[in-house]
Design a protein around this ligand. Structure first.
Ligand code: ADP
Ligand code: 5GP
Length: 188
């Protein structure tokens, strides 16, 4: 049976393990397109401009919005994040499936632009585990933790609007399930 490249969206609350899962699935699928988003947030320690994100000033982000360069963009927590059309088109032109790790507002916008997109929601095994992981990552101040947890509550309540839900409890099992999901839709 043949395969066709698909557009996938992965969303879920901050700290649920999206970044971890995506980087592991990428190792198994070197041909998966992972466009680099743009953001107005400041880089965290270890993040590299053009690799983790394209880090932009507010003015630069505004200019790109005006020029229509975003497939979607949204305000998440206290900053703006957006998917650049040029990045997605480059992957699709190479015949690659594309995986966007973006928030749920972005996911809904992508579905409008690409009704064939597959929306995957990553869930924590429990609320307490989510809080533990987010704290354990050690990247957030108490204030930014509180904002992320507030957003997380809202997102968990909307998980049913996504096509697929994967619980990230055992990491290896969750990677397997994500990998299988990509496979299933590419062969559809
Ligand atoms: P996100 O990208 O969703 O914000 P991260 O990938 O940064 O989340 O993961 C948050 C923290 O949880 C990290 O410290 C990561 O190592 C840890 N983590 C991710 N998945 C699991 C898992 N299945 N079990 C235990 N810890 C996990
Ligand atoms: P972080 O600041 O932790 O890197 O990301 C915060 C949130 O922004 C995450 O939920 C992440 O999925 C989301 N995000 C990252 N890039 C984009 C994007 O291009 N568009 C949208 N809508 N959300 C994004």
């Amino acid at each position: 049976m043949g395969r066709s490249p698909r557009l996938f969206v992965v969303s879920g609350p901050a700290g649920v393990g999206k970044g971890t899962l995506v980087s592991l699935v990428r190792k198994r699928r070197p041909n998966l397109g992972l466009p680099v988003s743009a953001t107005t947030r400041s880089p965290r320690i270890g993040e590299v401009n053009g690799v983790s994100y394209h880090f932009l000033t507010d003015q630069e982000f505004d200019d790109r919005v005006k020029r229509g360069e975003f497939l979607e963009w949204a305000r998440v927590h206290t900053n703006r994040y957006g998917t650049l059309k040029s990045e997605v088109d480059a992957c699709l032109a190479r015949g690659q499936s594309v995986l966007l790790e973006i928030d749920m507002q972005g996911g809904i916008s992508v579905r409008k632009a690409y009704p064939n997109a597959v929306l995957i929601f990553i869930e924590p095994p429990s609320w307490d585990v989510l809080v533990e992981r987010l704290r354990g990552r050690g990247t957030e101040s108490e204030e930014s933790l509180a904002v992320r947890l507030q957003t997380a509550k809202r997102e968990l309540g909307q998980a049913h609007t996504y096509d697929v839900r994967i619980v990230n409890d055992d990491l290896q099992e969750a990677v397997d399930e994500l990998d299988r999901t990509l496979d299933t839709y590419e062969r559809e």
